[in-house]
Design a protein around this ligand. Structure first.
Ligand code: ARG
Ligand code: ZN
Length: 879
């Protein structure tokens, strides 16, 4: 039965205080919970009719149950598979303390939700609904309580005992806890929802530092990991301090406890988790050392550390009333981490990378049966809604407030939001109202961004009247099919400028046009000379922009746009046009011909320019990806689309080989001239451009280009060097491919995260034997379905990156993936459900592939015992 947003009602009872006592064991843990319960709204209570107290609880063995010290009669309660109901008649009239004693089995918890065992530690993951797998509770975010924790466990196996907040006391009490045990007591003074609870116990090591906040509070910072990774924590520590400083400077927000702990965990369903004072991270999002992390990993670590830290205000101090409001904290926090990363490196590079990701993942989701508004209307399994739409489109929606209100206006809105709602569980409407009220604006129409699914299209046409010296821009918005043709128009900020047609800069500086009607014409006066419009600068709204531009105009914009995003966009649009044309030709079985000269010339110009920012150069040369291209056409022909991408890559490489070789050599020489590895923007740009060249060159599959790959691999000084070379070598047809694989495997065999990169590259390799190679990978001793990172590295990479084999005409790629979903679902429903999303594309595939994919969905639907997570994805995909 789905939960509906419209059905929100507060619970009958509040829980204001929680004391948890853990007797920890990897095989069995006993949890004694004392809950201070009271009627939700004591003032509004009338008479004696007391509501039942219905607590959530899953996979718990109930050992004892009492109220104010008196055990409950069996007739006073009932215990079902997902709940514990205490009859109203058995409850005292006012406040009372409920004690439950339960047992859980952490080692058997392969779903990695609740309390589980990973590596050599016990740890927790509670968001969204994991706390109910630890103890009985009103497991919903509007129930906020002050928590204290006593945890005891074997000193030898669990020397480190961590929970939220401040450490009150630690010691040994063998009389109470048993021989060899020790204990710790923690207290978190801030009321919080249960999803922010955390506990970690294990043989961890850590690094320590401190940070003095703006108002003078000294905060101890610790980052913990398993002993063999403790040398890979320094970068995250620096990122944490930069985040703390940035949030003070940009938003005036300070940290509020004396201690901030981070723990790195190897088995983790997602990236990381913002538990109050005790963030828990997937090792992949926190460990970084030159030999195991790439430049992109360093950037991700910095971004995720910032994201989780920023949640302390946007998520923890102000939290969500119910899970439909998830984007309230996630969209806002992604926006904040994006702004932070932009400030730490390059705004343009960050923006372009984020939009590429948005289009590849979120636009694709919007174009599928899984499309949903950033604030969903219903869900079956909440864990299925940690989506690109809630996160990335949610961040775009926040960015639009900033576009409409300006930086200062946005800050005013944030200040009012915290002033009004600190310590409360609130809604997206509350946020919108704070933004509106702080700026004296009416943002009623803006709600459409929260209610409509799908990506809107904005058509732009223009006319220049030289005599009257006016320029008029007409914008027309068309709602996406997912929202329905009659969906009301949205409030769309369109950043706009006029460029001089001679390439000498702007005739009219940037301004934000507000499109609120279905169609509107904006007329600009006193326009001198020939001009070219610059539209949707910085990608100011998450829409498909349709502006009919000739190839020559796009080439002009590539050279003369004053907005860095739009300059990149012009290159991207030109490549997209050529690729979609070639894919069409391929689908009609026509020859693909030659790469158009205008594109060759434009790419050559990009390549040879001595750009200030080599990352921008590399991005301008990056081909549009399969998923973005797929979401921009009506019918996807996977094989012709793959062929078109391969054709363009090879065609560009062949025509530009001399330039590619020389830019490669220049970047490689500059890199060799540097001493130690550094993940600063300039060094990253140099390696990024070098590796973009190598990737193109490897497409030629010639002896000298393959030799270059092998040379870079053998001479690699860091993981970025090695992985780029290994990936490039994985595209060649000769024996070098497996030779490179062996060299890389040897480098990474003792490092799980680096080994994941080997698995991922092998699983993504576009070779005829790909499917049998993937099966082989899964039979290796180091492969395991219980580790989400490894599963994503192999099966996830196969479905997301190996388009040719995943979409193989005989359906074998789909059948293989469906079997993986079934096997995985028994172990970890969250990860299985995510994998099942790869089938949601079926409706837009050409009929033969679509039917094969649909058949796998139907087979999954018939599979007995499928989890509700996976079943929800399957059912929605088939709808
Ligand atoms: N709140 C976490 C973050 O964004 C992610 C939690 C994801 N939970 C889940 N069940 N998928 O940092
Ligand atoms: Zn988050």
């Amino acid at each position: 039965v789905p939960k509906l947003r419209a059905d929100y009602a507060p619970p009958a009872y509040a829980i204001k205080k929680v004391h948890l006592d853990f007797a920890l064991g990897a095989d069995e843990t006993t949890v004694t919970a004392d809950l201070a319960v009271e009627p939700w709204d004591a003032g509004a209570r009338t008479g004696d009719a007391r509501a039942d107290l219905v607590l959530d609880g899953e996979e718990l063995t109930l050992d004892a149950l009492s109220i104010d010290g008196t055990p409950l009669e069996p007739s006073a309660y009932s215990h079902g598979p997902t709940s514990l109901t205490i009859r109203g008649a058995a409850l005292p009239a006012g406040a009372f303390t409920l004690r439950t004693v339960v047992r859980t089995k952490p080692r058997l918890n392969t779903a990695l939700s609740g309390l589980y065992y990973s590596g050599r530690m016990l740890c927790t993951q509670c968001e969204a609904e994991g706390f109910r797998r630890i103890t009985f509770f009103l497991d919903r975010p509007d129930v906020m309580a002050v928590y204290s924790v006593r945890m005891a466990g074997p000193q030898a196996a669990m020397p480190v005992l961590l929970s939220n907040g401040n450490l009150l006391k630690a010691g040994v009490d063998e009389a109470r806890d048993g021989p060899g045990s020790h204990f710790a007591e923690w207290a978190d003074p801030f009321p919080k929802p249960s999803y922010l609870f955390a506990l970690v116990a294990g043989a961890l090591q850590h690094i320590s530092s401190s940070y003095v906040t703006r108002s003078g509070r000294t905060v101890t910072l610790n980052i913990y990991s398993e002993p063999e990774s403790v040398d890979a924590l320094e970068y995250a520590m620096g990122a944490l301090k930069r985040s703390m400083r940035w949030d003070e400077e940009v938003f005036g927000l300070e940290y509020d406890l004396d201690l901030f702990n981070i723990v790195a965990v190897s088995d983790f369903n997602m990236g990381a988790m913002e538990n109050k004072g005790l963030n828990v991270f997937n090792t992949a999002c926190v460990l970084a050392r030159p030999w195991s992390a790439t430049d992109a990993d360093y950037e991700r670590v910095e971004g995720v550390v910032a994201h989780e830290y920023f949640h302390n205000w946007t998520g923890n101090r102000v939290t969500c009333r119910d899970w439909f409001q998830l984007t309230l904290k996630e969209g806002l926090t992604v926006y904040r981490d994006q702004a932070f990363s932009a400030d730490m490196s390059s705004e343009a590079v960050k923006r372009i990378s984020d939009v590429r990701m948005l289009r590849a993942r979120q636009f694709a989701e919007d174009a599928s049966p899984l499309a949903h508004p950033i604030r969903p209307e219903s869900y079956v399994a909440m864990d299925n809604f940690y989506t690109a739409t809630v996160y990335e489109k949610g961040a775009e929606v926040i960015r639009m407030y900033a576009a409409l209100l300006g930086k200062a206006g946005f800050r005013k809105g944030m200040d009012l939001y915290f002033k009004r709602h600190d310590g409360a569980a609130v809604t997206c409407d509350d946020f919108r109202k704070a933004m509106a009220d702080a700026n004296g604006r009416d943002l009623a129409q803006f709600e459409g961004w929260y209610t409509q699914p799908g990506t809107p299209t904005v058509h732009a046409t223009w006319a220049h009247d030289a005599g009257a010296r006016t320029f008029s821009l007409t914008l027309r918005q068309v709602p996406p099919a997912a929202a329905g043709a009659s969906a009301p128009p949205l409030h769309v900020p369109v950043a706009f400028a006029l460029l001089r047609a001679d390439g000498s800069g702007e005739a009219l500086g940037e301004r934000v046009l507000e499109l609120t009607e279905r169609e509107a014409t904006f007329t600009l006066n006193d326009v001198e000379g020939e001009v070219v419009p610059s539209i949707l600068r910085g990608f100011s709204a998450p829409v498909h922009l349709v502006a009919q531009r000739t190839d020559a105009e796009l080439a002009f914009l590539m050279a003369h746009e004053t907005d860095a995003f739009n300059r990149w966009e012009a290159a991207n649009a030109l490549m997209t046009r050529v690729l979609l044309g070639a894919a069409d030709a391929g689908a009609r079985r026509e020859p693909l011909g030659e790469v158009p000269a205008v594109l060759l010339d434009a790419c050559r110009a990009t390549l040879v320019e001595r750009a200030a920012d080599r990352s921008l150069q590399a991005l301008a040369l990056a081909l549009p990806d399969f998923d973005t291209l797929s979401s921009s056409v009506e019918v996807v022909h996977p094989q012709p689309l793959c062929a078109a991408i391969g054709w363009l890559k090879k065609g560009l490489a062949a025509a530009l080989k001399p330039e590619l070789l020389s830019v490669y050599a220049q970047c490689a020489a500059d890199d060799a001239a540097t001493a130690a590895y550094s993940p600063d923007a300039e060094s990253i740009g140099r390696r990024r451009l070098r590796d973009a060249c190598l990737s193109y060159l490897s497409a030629l599959d010639e002896a000298d280009t393959t030799a270059l790959c092998m040379q870079q691999l053998k001479g690699a000084r860091c993981m970025t060097d090695a992985l780029a070379a290994f990936s490039a070598a994985s595209r060649v047809s000769g024996p070098a491919r497996l030779e490179a694989s062996a060299i890389f495997a040897d480098k990474v065999k003792d490092d799980p995260l680096a080994l994941d990169k080997w698995y991922r590259t092998r699983a993504a390799a576009d070779v005829p034997s790909a499917l049998s190679e993937v099966r082989e990978l899964m039979s290796l001793p180091s492969f395991s379905l219980t580790n989400p990172n490894r599963v994503r590295a192999v099966v996830g990479a196969f479905t997301a990156l190996n388009h040719k084999t995943f979409h193989k005409e005989d359906g074998s790629g789909y059948a293989f993936t469906a079997q993986c979903v079934i096997d995985l679902d028994k172990i970890n429903p969250q990860v299985a459900a995510r994998l099942a999303r790869s089938f949601s594309a079926w409706r837009r595939l050409e009929p033969a592939s679509g039917a094969l994919m649909k058949a796998q969905l139907e087979q999954l639907q018939r599979t007995p015992g499928l989890s509700r997570n996976t079943l929800e994805i399957v059912n929605t995909s088939l709808q």
